[in-house]
Design a binder for this molecule. Structure first.
Ligand code: LLP
Length: 463
């Protein structure tokens, strides 16, 4: 059982009581391929390497903390999703997990589409040359300016999230002499997380239009009447860090039910269904994620079966994985500053980053693992808590983990599976400078997002 708490909050987590940490791994120097990027290993000196480059060299060149992103791994995972879904489906990478212009180019080259959820993400995508027709624009409160920009750019779809937005997008599109392709995001009454899905209290959230009470059907009714819109399908996103496919099964059943009602009422079969993202990754060795081809097979079978039962032509499926592509491809490299043993409790290891570069532990009670990266060690395992340098006791990066007892200031340690929602949620708390993202591939490293500087901070402070 995973001990991970959940993005939706501790209410949804299967967290063991405080103090129930797992036993140390048999070999603290081993790097479990489940949680580390694919080209990560150790060289003859025991130093962790990525893309063939030792982290000691990367630390020297780029400093710490730093997010080290394995480009080959990113491309392979993106390609695996693309191949698994084939030509009859579309994969939209969810840019909120991590977006930079380099990533946009990789996605473009690997044949993926892109889901953006803000004007900033849209600007990044367009500036890196992602063809607009391969962009989906999300958000529960897109501003009129954002909508206009998206329509003008010619984005492939806007995902409508409210009754107001249906009218707003239609009006803007029409005033620009365009007909915007749209999907309508609905809430199907399923909220799925990790190992369970909950079928109550799910509609009590800000996203989408509830299926319940005929609201989604009414939204479709209104959208179909508006000249500025071309309704291409229904969208459903049920949660995050999901391992169990049963939540998708219920969601697909309900979305297909709506498609059937639409056909019966309006005589139109909407051609697309988007099942969102949310597929889980391994943060620790306890997690067992599925491979893209298993997910594609399961989702395609579910939708096909539901459509056959409803006597509908199977719509084109799209999915929006973010974490499942970028999450495992990066790790954060930190330098140890202090090692503080607290008698009878644990040892606090302070690193040169913290909640400003990984807020997930503090925010979601998330689980991470950690490894000594600048060398190996045969010392006994000690129970540690890896903490940052912020003025806050909740500034925890790794809650409970084991590192060798001879850990000392100056050692480099690495926290794997930080590719998703770490840099993208990074902050300047305590005026921390957000770390760089360094992409490594085939023995070459390059900065794709540079480290912030004090000048960057002071530029915004206009005095
Ligand atoms: N599509 C939609 C409509 C979404 O809302 C999301 C995530 C995704 C796709 C991508 O989900 P993924 O495959 O990356 O799980 N900050 C939280 C996660 C928030 C996810 C929000 N929506 C975290 O750090 O866990």
């Amino acid at each position: 059982m995973s001990r991970s708490a959940h993005p939706a909050g501790p209410r949804h987590a299967d967290v063991l009581p405080e103090g129930h940490y797992t036993a140390p791994a048999e070999d603290l120097n081993a790097l479990d391929p489940k949680v580390w990027a694919r080209t990560v290993g150790r060289d003859a000196d025991g130093v962790v390497t990525v893309g063939g480059i030792p982290v000691t060299q990367l630390a020297e060149e780029y400093g710490t903390p730093a997010y080290l992103l394995d480009e080959a791994d990113f491309r392979e995972r993106a390609r695996a999703w693309r191949t698994a879904f084939g030509d009859d489906a579309d994969v939209f990478y969810a840019g909120k997990a991590f977006l930079s212009r380099a990533v946009v180019r990789w996605l473009d080259e690997e044949g993926l589409n892109l889901d953006v959820c803000s004007g900033g993400e849209l600007a990044t995508a367009l500036s890196a040359g992602m063809p607009a027709e391969r962009i989906a624009f999300h958000g529960n409160n897109k501003s009129p300016e954002e909508i206009e920009r998206a329509v003008r750019a010619g984005v492939g779809r806007i995902v409508l999230d409210s009754f107001q937005e249906i009218v707003r997008v239609a009006h803007i599109a029409q005033s620009l002499g365009k007909r915007q392709r749209v999907q309508i995001r609905i809430t199907v009454g399923v909220e799925a997380h990790t190992h369970e899905f909950i079928a109550t209290a799910h509609e009590d959230q800000k996203f989408g239009i509830p299926l319940a009470g005929g609201q989604a059907a009414e939204a479709v009714r209104r959208a179909l009447k508006l000249d500025g819109l071309e309704v291409i399908g229904i969208h459903s996103h049920i949660g995050s860090q999901i391992f169990d496919m049963s939540g998708f099964e219920v969601a697909a059943h309900r979305v297909v039910g709506l498609l059937k009602d639409i056909r019966d009422e309006h005589g139109v079969e909407l051609p697309e269904i988007d099942l969102g993202g949310g597929l889980g990754i391994a943060y620790t060795s306890d997690d067992d994620p599925r491979e893209p081809h298993e997910i594609a097979k399961a989702l395609t079978e579910i939708v096909t079966r539901e459509c056959e039962a409803a006597r509908l032509a199977t719509p084109r499926i799209s999915v929006e994985p973010g974490r499942a592509i970028v999450g495992p491809t990066a790790f954060t490299l930190y330098e140890v500053g202090t090692v503080k043993p607290l008698e009878g409790l644990r040892t606090y290891v302070s690193v040169d980053g913290g909640m400003s570069d990984n807020i997930r532990t503090a925010l979601y009670d998330a689980e991470y693992s950690v490894a000594l990266a600048s060398r190996t060690s045969d010392a006994e395992p000690m129970l540690v808590r890896v903490v940052g340098k912020h003025c806050e006791s909740g500034d925890i990066v790794v809650k409970d983990a084991f590192l060798p007892e001879d850990l000392a200031p100056g050692d480099l340690i690495a926290v794997p599976a930080t590719g998703a929602y770490c840099r993208s949620m990074a902050s300047n708390y305590n005026h921390a400078l957000r770390p760089p993202v360094v992409a490594v591939r085939d023995g070459a490293a390059r900065v794709v997002v540079r480290r912030e500087t004090e000048e960057d901070l002071l530029r915004l402070d206009v005095g």
